[in-house]
Ligand binder design. Structure first.
Ligand code: NAP
Length: 244
């Protein structure tokens, strides 16, 4: 049986990815940092509805020691990790001139260094198995940049660069590495936006609606499936046409 690790699975897009992968028959490792109750609840939902094993693990993905411990524990339990979804992330809306070094470091550590941490811990197992699929969650702002989101945009552009380079490096090990680049998806990450702001954003989206976490999870499920067996190093945008 195959196993998938989803970082930041306690809420939003990560939760939708964990459910989509459980539906595909993967055992699921639910990583979370603060939202313990939600992570445990998700584990119960998955165990109750799908015939898969679940492990729930608290680890701050920006902390290499915690990540190494999580992956070690997961490998003791499941012996291999076939799919890794690097999803955990934080946003930051601030003028660049107001962005402190601490703000900058936190966003880069959580959104980009985390992808190094988790991938670095999981890859040896995938190389040994000569098989694996990694999907990194970037953002349309990593593709085109957003005003007042310089640190966030830089972190997500870094995720795209990491994806493309690593895809070339590990392709001969039969490991595929891709990105999903969401547009505006209605999760807690959008909770600071007013209804009016959301309405204005909707008007800018050619498909005329905000995205759902499931829209992103569907793209992740496709990328890890055999239907995407010839796809690596790519960025699949899920943004309703907002960035083309
Ligand atoms: P969300 O609802 O705010 O959820 C964020 C998730 O990341 C939570 O499960 C949170 O876990 C986890 N997380 C944050 N920091 C972490 C850390 N240091 N260690 C471990 N887990 C951590 O956000 P979302 O909208 O689902 O976003 C998921 C991903 O999609 C992010 O990478 C985000 O940048 C990207 N994205 C989102 C949108 C959007 O419009 N929503 C658009 C483009 C890209 P805890 O609560 O347990 O701490």
């Amino acid at each position: 049986m195959k196993t998938a690790l989803v970082t930041g699975a306690s809420r939003g897009i990560g939760t939708a990815c964990a459910i989509a992968l459980a539906k595909m028959g993967y055992n699921i490792i639910i990583n979370y940092n603060n939202s313990e109750e939600k992570a445990i609840k998700l584990g119960e939902i998955i165990s109750d509805n799908y015939l898969v094993d679940v492990m729930t693990f608290k680890a701050d993905v920006s902390d290499k020691i915690q990540v190494d411990e999580m992956v070690k524990t997961a490998l003791e339990r499941f012996s291999k990790i076939d799919v890794l979804v690097n999803n955990a992330g934080v946003s930051l809306q601030k003028l660049f001139t107001d962005t402190t070094f601490e703000d900058w470091s936190n966003v880069i550590a959580t959104n980009l260094t985390s992808v190094y941490n988790v991938t670095h811990a999981v890859l040896p197992c995938m190389i040994r198995e000569h098989s694996g699929s990694i999907v990194n969650i970037s953002s349309m702002w990593g593709e085109v940049g957003a005003s007042c989101e310089v640190a966030y945009s830089a972190s997500k552009a870094g995720v795209i660069g990491l994806t493309k380079a690593l895809a070339k490096e590990v392709a001969l090990s039969n490991i595929r590495v891709n990105c999903v680049s969401p547009g505006v998806i209605m999760t807690d990450m959008m909770s600071s936006f007013s209804e009016e702001d959301i309405e204005l954003i909707r008007e800018d989206i050619p498909l005329n609606e905000l995205g759902k976490a499931k829209n992103v999870a569907d793209a992740v499920a496709f990328l890890v499936s055999d239907k995407a067996s010839y796809i690596t190093g790519q960025v699949i945008s899920v943004n309703g046409g907002m960035v083309v």
